[in-house]
Each structure stands twice: as C-alpha cells, then as structure tokens.
Design a protein around this ligand. Structure first.
Ligand code: ATP
Ligand code: MG
Length: 480
C-alpha cells in the first residue's frame, strides 16, 4: 500500500480533467436517467453534473450515446433560428428539436448495420446534401442557408410538399417553426423505424456545459435553455411507442434553472428533473473510494489520518462541514491539505489537526471564488454583503448589526437589494444560515443545502456565516 508521499493529489476539481471514472460514485440519479423519466439533471456548481455526463457517455452508454458539450457552441448563430409564430419562451423549441433529431439521426446511422434500408439511404443523403458529410459537427447544424429535402423525408404542410427550408432569417418569418417541426417529425420517424429493424434498444444524447461562458444571463440565452429542455420533452413524446428507449438528457446548473420562467416548469421539475445532492456519508464514501484507488486496495481514511479529533469531530467531518456539500469542495480541501502535509518531513505521513488548520485559508479562498462564479451572473454587487459581514467581523451575527453595516457601505450605483433582501439571497446561495429556536429552549442552524425543503424565515434574527468562508473573511468565532 502506498502512502501520502506517493500521491500528487486526490484528483482534479473539474470532472473534465479528472480521472473520475476510475472512482465514480453511483447515485440514484444515474439509475433514473438510465431507466425512468429523468431527463433534466440539476445541480450546483461542482456538484457532479459533468461527472455523471462522462459516466454515461464514456462508460455506461458509451456505444449508444452522443456526448454534446456546448462549451464553445455558436449560441449567436443559433439565436437567429427563431420561431416567431409562438411565444418568446417557446421560440427555440423547434430549432432544438431539429438539433436533437440530427443527433439521433447521426447516432442511428452509426449503430445500424442495415445499409440497404431505404430510410438509412435517405437519411445519409439528407445529411450529405446539406452538410457535405454524414456526421456534421454540432457547430455546423445551423450554418446552411437552407435545408434541401427530398424523397420520403420531404415534409408536407397543409397538403403542400416543401422541398426547401430557409434558415436565413427574413422579416416576420412565421413559417420557420412549422416547417422545421414537420421535417423533424419525418427525421424522427425514420430514426424510430431504423432503430426497430436494427434492434437498437437504447439511444441517448446528453447535453452538458450549457452555462459555460455566461457572465450575465441574457433573456435570449434563457429562452434558448428553456427551448432545449422543452425540446427534450417533446422529442421523447414523438419517439414514444417503440421498443427502443430514446432520451435527450440535459445537465444544468440549479441556480440557472431557478431563474427560468415558463409554464411547464413545475411539471418538469416534478416529473422529469433530479437534483444532485450529497450527504456527509456519501461524500465520505467518495473520499474513501479515491483513497482506495490512489493508495491501493484496502486503503482507507484511517491510514492517512492520525486519528485525533478536531473540535471533537473526526477530521473528515470537520472538512465536509466546511464545504457546500459538493464533491468539488471536498476534493479541493483534500488537495490543499495534502499540499500542506507534504511539506512535513518523514515518510509515514498522516493528516494532523495542525495541517487541517493550515489548509483552511487557501481552501476558504477557493470557496469564495467558486461562489463568485456562481453568484456574479445573477447578482453583480454581492461583494457588498461580504464587506458588510467582514465589518461585523464575527461568524455569528444579528439582523440589526447587518442592516447597519450594509447601510454604511458606499457604492457607486444603487445596491441591487435592500439589506433584508440581500440576507435572503445570501441564504439561497448557502452563504449564511439562520437560527431556528424550538419550543423546548433548544436551537439549531438551518442552511439551504442541508434543509432544501425549508424556505427562508422572514422572522429569523440570528445568522451564521458558512464555516468555509471564515478564513477568507477573517471572522471571529465568538457569539454575539
Ligand atoms: N459521482 C461522482 N463520483 C466521483 N467523483 C465525482 C462524482 N461527482 C463529481 N465528482 C468529482 O467532483 C468534482 C466536481 O464535479 P463536476 O466537475 O462534475 O461538477 P459540475 O457539476 O459539472 O460543475 P460545473 O457546474 O462547474 O460544471 C470533479 O472532480 C468530479 O470528478
Ligand atoms: Mg461541469
């Protein structure tokens, strides 16, 4: 068995760069995506969306799925493929349905061995005629000026055959949506037939990184994200009633989902969405799994920890308490802890309490920046709240002290929120927790991530800053 000296890290903090499939932790969500109605995977930053995406596209469904990474996707080009015949929130449903259909077409052509089948020949022709290849990249799906359709694929609207669909935008083009929808249905019908004849049991397309590059969440981008979710739902409906299982799965940040407004949202949240959530035990399981893979079979936490408790807690619990219950935070803390520990002399190194304490400032700095990435697109001046909390200088604070500090901070422009609203926002990003008193004289702290079912309490008067930010904000632990 190896020791701490033999490893460089506990993995990379982004699933893209991490050897995550070597130590992947399965969860209920993976089963729901694979077998039931879940097609929307929601999670905070660093909760493990890309990990699940990679698990499906490189492992479990490797052969029957497409991995669609929208990092670098030409959103501006897609933005023009708009259906003006429907409400703005639905104006991208038709174009995304067509997009998904093209991906399903590419996939079924790859999987099927029925080269002589009419549908196979026609789909190949369609792709070659329009894209010059039978596997166009996602970036080129909307680049043709027009789509040429012939043979049985040619769609009909009101009894008229349409051999050409123009993608270059004209003024008040009300026809684009219905024309694209008619074509999409034709394409998917062929996909269904080919899958049935070729005995293809499962086909998946997975979409990740819809949020990459967002600095402010513009309306058009919101409509496009809504469009993709609704399109995924509709494509399922079109493809139903066959022996094959088809799914378009979307991985999306929870904070972005929370900002979207459209009429089917509740229904989708209830029936088709799954939120990635981790418990202390599951996160500890994730740590143990990495230890075993990195240090050798049978290796466990007790082999790298000196066994002493910190504030009467096991060290791993102390660490997890400083995270927002997300794997990225845990891995980041462990990597910093390892870095600190490796500076000590000797061979049989163990994590000691002083190492944990020494790792906290750097970890705290990481957590602040991760929160910036998450919060800034929604709330440009959230830093003002941090300044107010830093002025109070304590981990525990009272509502009136906060109001006073917040009021006294000068800003160039008006603050986005009132002092009280800003507390609620801080709570919703789990930056603070509030105190709940029980009828029996006891009290406890409630946080958004540990108690997601619990809403904000407008009557709360005492709050606590999340432990992970203590060092970054230089807060003292004394109670007010
Ligand atoms: N189920 C899992 N098993 C093992 N490791 C995981 C699992 N889920 C996440 N991780 C690890 O946690 C880290 C963060 O996960 P990931 O990059 O997937 O988050 P994300 O939700 O995609 O974040 P972002 O919103 O920033 O893209 C990565 O190092 C990843 O390998
Ligand atoms: Mg990701």
């Amino acid at each position: 068995m190896k020791g701490l000296r033999d490893i460089a890290s506990f993995g990379k903090v982004e699933a893209e760069d991490d050897a995550v499939l070597q130590y992947f932790v399965e969860m209920n969500i993976t089963k729901n995506i694979d077998e039931s109605d879940t097609f929307l995977v929601l999670g905070r930053k660093g909760s493990g969306k890309t990990a699940i995406f990679r698990y499906f596209t490189e492992d479990k469904h490797k052969d029957c799925s497409s991995a669609l990474n929208l990092n670098g996707y030409p959103w501006r080009i897609h933005e023009k493929i708009k259906d003006d015949g429907v409400e703005p929130v639905e104006s991208y449903v038709a174009s995304w349905k067509y997009f998904i259909a093209i991906e399903m077409v590419k996939l079924v052509l790859k999987l099927s061995d029925r080269y002589q089948m009419t549908e196979v020949i026609e789909l190949n022709k369609f792709l070659n005629d329009n894209y010059g290849t039978s596997s166009p990249s996602i970036k080129s799906i909307f680049t043709p000026q027009k789509l040429v359709v012939s043979g049985d694929l040619e769609p009909q609207i009101l009894g008229c055959k349409i051999g050409k669909i123009s993608l270059s935008k004209k003024e008040n083009d009300m026809a684009l949506g219905s024309e694209l929808n008619a074509l999409t249905e034709k394409l998917l019908e062929s996909v269904k037939k080919i899958a049935a004849v070729s005995k293809i049991t499962k086909m998946f397309v997975h979409f990740d990184e819809l949020d990459r590059g967002i600095t402010t969440l513009e309306e058009a981008r919101k409509d496009m994200i809504i469009g993709l979710v609704l399109a995924s739902k509709e494509v399922r409906k079109i493809l139903k009633g066959s022996d094959s299982f088809f799914k378009s799965a979307v991985y999306l940040r929870k904070d972005i989902w929370d900002e979207l407004k459209f009429s089917d949202k509740n229904k989708i949240t209830e029936s088709n969405a799954d939120l990635i959530e981790w418990s202390h035990e599951q996160l500890f399981g994730l740590i143990e799994k990495r230890i075993e893979v990195l240090l050798g079979k049978g290796a466990e936490w007790s082999d790298i920890d000196d066994g002493k408790r910190i504030n009467s807690q096991p060290k791993w619990k102390h660490i997890i308490d400083r995270t927002l219950m997300r794997p990225r935070d845990v891995i980041s803390f462990l990597n910093t802890l390892l870095e600190v520990t490796l500076k000590k002399d000797g061979d049989n190194l163990k994590f000691e309490n002083k190492d944990v304490v020494a790792a906290r400032p750097k970890y705290s700095n990481y957590l602040k920046h991760e929160l910036d990435d998450e919060i800034l697109p929604h709330w440009e001046d959230w830093e003002v709240c941090l300044q107010a909390l830093s002025r109070i200088g304590k981990l525990y604070f009272k509502k009136e002290d906060y109001a006073e500090a917040y009021k006294n901070i000068e800003t160039k422009e008006d603050k986005t929120y009132s002092d009280y609203q800003s507390l609620e926002e801080l709570y919703s990003f789990s930056v603070i927790e509030y105190e709940v008193r029980s009828g029996y004289g006891g009290s406890g702290w409630k946080s958004k991530f540990a108690n997601p079912e619990l809403g904000w309490d407008i009557n709360a008067i005492r709050f606590k800053v999340h432990l992970g930010l203590k060092e970054y904000m230089k807060l003292k632990e004394e109670r007010t």
